[in-house]
Design a protein around this ligand. Structure first.
Ligand SMILES: Cc1cc2nc3c(=O)[nH]c(=O)nc-3n(C[C@H](O)[C@H](O)[C@H](O)COP(=O)(O)OP(=O)(O)OC[C@H]3O[C@@H](n4cnc5c(N)ncnc54)[C@H](O)[C@@H]3O)c2cc1C
Length: 433
């Protein structure tokens, strides 16, 4: 069992492999004084930056306010796994109809395409690679992957997925832990997320978006024009989009009750010799296992193993993060014993009860999105597009997603964490059976 501690919230990037290898060192100024604009976006992660970029591409004047640094939150800390799909829309057919379900499947496939297009259009240097492998630990996981392969084909997945047996999976991830897998060669992949987001912010800024860092929004005034306040400034806008996700705290208490900020941790080894790389991860794909507290891993461009996991609903990070994560990594790849761990960090992701991204309106001119439940690299790009469409007078796709009801977590502020931590423990026990 590992110890847990409260995460200190620094104002600069956490000391991750991503921050150490950031290409774009731009420091955006702090907001001072008052600005009038069409749209003010709060939060400089993938959701906020891409909403700003989509709107700027449509000709809107946009101000983006980030409390710390661009990509400071989950966006600059995640596993970098690009996974297409947006939740399980079929569960909501009674609310959104068959056509709504199909529209969300299409948005799920489009989500990865937005990244592909954006990187090409703006020439973003972010180590983008395609190829992803879901791995199976138990025979029932193989059955689930087979069912998933058949279902996603029916749902219109344009990418050809391939089942892998115990021998074939080793060509992608050579660990004795796995008995097979499902390979997606072109629809899923991996990326340096901080460099992707910084590149997107740069593109937005070139299109005229005014970006401010170290500019935390502390108060929102509703009205026919909405006003947001920071400690040194104010933005007066026709529209507000809230993209603070798991780091937004109690700025909007109603939204805070629907999201549980949960912790996940990642380590980066020292660069691995090519014979080890070829032995353990010969195909350079991203890998995820099927458990509740899953392991996710991949190689970086300079051939480190980036190994993530240890997701927990306490919102706390392990006291000895590097050692705890290294132990987990060695269970998958014992041959890495003795390899240095150069970086270790953690971040907060927003979990929602029904595992669908939450997007909607607090007023006609106030939009929000949050709660990607640990699966947001691609979906953030799609939700940003959908919100920009709604602001631009084309709300059809937004309306489908906004119809889905999102319950608050039971137990109020005090008890929702313990209740969920117990729930997660239950699913972890099931994973072992
Ligand atoms: C360790 C970890 C690993 C993960 N791995 C993966 C993965 O491999 N694949 C995947 O698909 N997903 C993964 N995720 C999830 C994914 O990173 C998130 O879903 C996604 O980045 C969410 O982006 P966001 O912009 O909505 O939120 P964030 O990136 O968290 O951005 C929110 C931003 O809002 C700012 N903010 C908050 N309040 C205010 C305020 N009042 N004023 C101004 N700014 C404010 C914050 O400072 C922050 O920068 C992972 C998450 C974590 C934490």
């Amino acid at each position: 069992m590992f110890g847990l501690k409260k995460t200190v919230q620094e104002t600069e990037h956490t000391s991750s492999y991503y921050a150490a290898t950031a290409n774009d060192k731009t420091v955006y100024q702090k907001l001072e004084g008052e600005i009038k604009t069409d749209v003010v976006v709060v939060g400089g992660g993938f959701s906020g930056v891409n909403t700003a970029l989509e709107l700027a591409e449509k000709g809107y004047a946009v101000v983006l306010l980030e409390a710390k640094r661009i990509a400071w939150g989950a966006t600059g800390r995640n596993g970098g796994q690009i996974i297409a799909g947006i939740g399980s829309p079929a569960k909501f057919e009674r609310t959104i109809g068959k056509s709504g379900v199909n529209a969300i499947y299409e948005m799920g496939f489009e989500a990865s395409e937005v990244i592909r297009e954006r990187v090409a259009k703006y020439n973003i240097d972010c180590d983008l690679k395609w190829g992803y492998c879901d791995v199976a630990i138990k025979p029932r996981h193989m059955k689930e992957l087979e069912q998933w392969q058949a279902q996603t084909k029916k749902d219109g997945n344009p990418h050809q997925l391939q089942m892998l047996d115990q021998h074939e999976v080793k060509q992608f991830v050579n660990s004795d832990n796995y008995i097979g897998g499902l390979f997606n060669p072109t629809g899923n992949g991996h990326v340096h997320p901080l460099n992707l987001c910084a590149g997107e912010a740069h593109a937005a800024s070139e299109l005229g978006v005014q970006i401010f860092e170290q500019s935390k929004v502390t108060n929102i005034e509703h009205g026919s024009r909405v006003k947001v306040h920071t400690d040194c400034g104010k933005v007066d806008a026709k529209f507000l989009v809230l993209c603070g996700n798991a780091y937004m705290g109690e700025l909007v208490p109603k939204l805070a009750t629907k999201i549980l900020p949960s912790n996940s941790s990642v380590i980066a080894t020292a660069p691995l010799p090519s014979e080890i790389v070829n032995a353990i991860m010969p195909a350079d794909v991203a890998v995820c296992d099927p458990r509740t507290a899953l392991d996710y891993f991949r190689l970086s461009a300079d051939k480190r193993l980036l190994f993530g996991g240890l997701s927990n609903y306490t919102g706390l990070e392990p006291t000895d993060l590097k050692a705890t994560m290294a132990k987990k990594m060695l269970k998958v790849f014992p041959e890495l014993a003795g390899i240095d761990i150069d970086y270790g960090w953690s971040g907060q992701m927003g979990i929602g009860l029904n595992r669908m991204p939450q997007l909607g309106n607090l007023a006609d001119n106030i939009f929000y999105v949050q709660a990607y439940s640990g699966h947001g690299v691609a979906p953030t790009h799609m939700m940003a597009r959908v919100i920009a469409e709604a602001i631009d007078g084309k709300p059809e796709r937004f309306n489908i997603l906004a119809k889905i009801h999102h319950w608050s977590f039971p137990g109020g502020k005090l008890f929702r964490r313990p209740a969920l931590a117990i729930g997660m423990m239950y699913y972890k026990i099931l994973d072992e059976l």
